[in-house]
Design a binder for this molecule. Structure first.
Ligand code: TRP
Length: 370
């Protein structure tokens, strides 16, 4: 697939993702790199926290893009279970959350044979690299991180050191595979910038081991999925009645769309749309056919629209969209043997790549005594 309209957001050393340079080369020829698993492909890495249900926004904003990337890149997609411990010390739901995240991602089209789909805790090298990187991360910069400050504000009683060093662990995830591209949302850009700083510091201090990873963003394909109440985006944990989850049953989808607020309807042709109404149109654009969308747009502009009809159509199209993903995810979740094999296969690929990096890392640091 060479139609991915990818764009490197930061540190733009090159604009064209189709022929990016191989940043695995090193300034000081001290180390011999083991060949990557697939010489042709650039390395992509991203993580998904196993907290909360995936929703329509996670699918259209992120997972759908991962699915497209798996054809063109060597992808490492990981369930960030260790990261979740920083904010979710209660692990009673962890296993089912991890299973669900895996199942939902596979149901959306991620292919465990094409990518390394694995759990962070299964790759112990992550913890080792995290430890080394902690020596290159300064307290001041960690305290300044926006996500840290936000978490302190939200949970002042649980300001643990893991929370402070969350970006270091994330950098370890990425650098462990010497990944170049990291598909993430805007909220993660500061973490990526930190990962680049840690990589630079390491390379400067010990010799070139890590390429500097950059955020990978799908410019025109970056869809915002509005919530049903006209207030912001769909969310993993907030405004649950205004968010359509991939696990929602048909009657729940029906109920949520029915509850979505509407206005009196337009009285003047071609009037602007109220945010509530605009959201319903946006959702329709995402899941309905262009003809359907066009028809309702015309009805709106001619003041003949009936919101009941629009909601009915949107509900039907949404059910046709979410239903098959939900059912597939459900079937996968029930098949623990399959999930185990996915995790084992994923871990095997990730560990192979991680261990190659760690050999270089230990050697570069000087942790080699015989
Ligand atoms: N911090 C990311 C989030 O909150 C999840 C994550 C963990 C991640 N490790 C990563 C993302 C590595 C990209 C790369 O969504």
């Amino acid at each position: 697939m060479d139609d991915i309209p990818g764009e490197v957001l930061r540190g733009v050393p090159y604009g064209n993702l189709k022929n990016p340079p191989d940043l695995r080369c090193h300034k000081r020829a001290t180390f011999v790199f083991s060949p990557p698993m697939d010489e042709q492909k650039q390395i992509v890495m991203s993580g998904i926290r196993p907290t909360g249900y995936l929703h329509l926004g996670s699918y259209l904003g992120a997972i759908r893009n991962y699915v497209r990337m798996q054809e063109q890149y060597q992808c490492f997609f990981m369930v960030a279970d260790l990261h979740s411990l920083t904010t979710h010390p209660d692990t009673s739901q962890l296993k089912s959350n991890v299973h669900r995240v895996l199942a939902e991602n596979i149901a959306c089209g991620l292919d465990p044979d094409k990518v390394a789909l694995y759990c962070q805790s299964h790759v112990r090298q992550t913890s080792e690299l995290y430890l080394y990187l902690n020596m290159l991360a300064y307290k001041g910069e960690l305290e300044k991180t926006a996500t840290f400050k936000e978490k302190v504000r939200l949970s002042p009683d649980n300001v643990n050191a893991g929370l402070l060093t969350y970006p270091v662990l994330q950098a370890a995830d990425i650098l462990l595979h010497r990944a170049l591209y990291v598909p993430v949302g805007k909220d993660q850009e500061q973490h990526l910038e930190m990962a680049r700083n840690f990589a630079k510091r390491f390379n400067h201090r010990y010799g070139e081991v890590f390429p500097e990873p950059v955020a990978f963003n799908f410019s025109e394909d970056l869809v915002k999925v509005p919530s049903l109440d006209g207030l912001g985006k769909m969310s993993k944990s907030e405004n649950q009645m205004a968010t359509l989850y991939l696990a929602d049953e048909d009657d729940m989808i029906f109920k949520k769309i029915k509850k979505a607020p509407t206005d009196q309807g337009p009285t003047v042709p071609n009037s602007p749309r109220h945010p509530y109404i605009e959201n319903l149109f946006q959702l329709m654009k995402l899941v309905s056919s262009p003809e359907t969308y066009q028809r309702f747009e015309t009805d709106y502009n001619e003041c003949t629209i009936r919101y009941g009809d629009l909601k009915k159509q949107l509900t039907a199209d949404m059910i046709a969209f979410i239903g098959p993903i939900r059912e597939k995810a459900k079937a996968i979740m029930e098949d623990e043997t399959y999930l185990k094999s996915v995790m084992e296969k994923g871990a095997q690929k990730a560990i192979q790549s991680a261990e190659a990096t760690m050999k270089l890392t230990r050697k570069a640091i000087g942790l080699e005594y015989y």
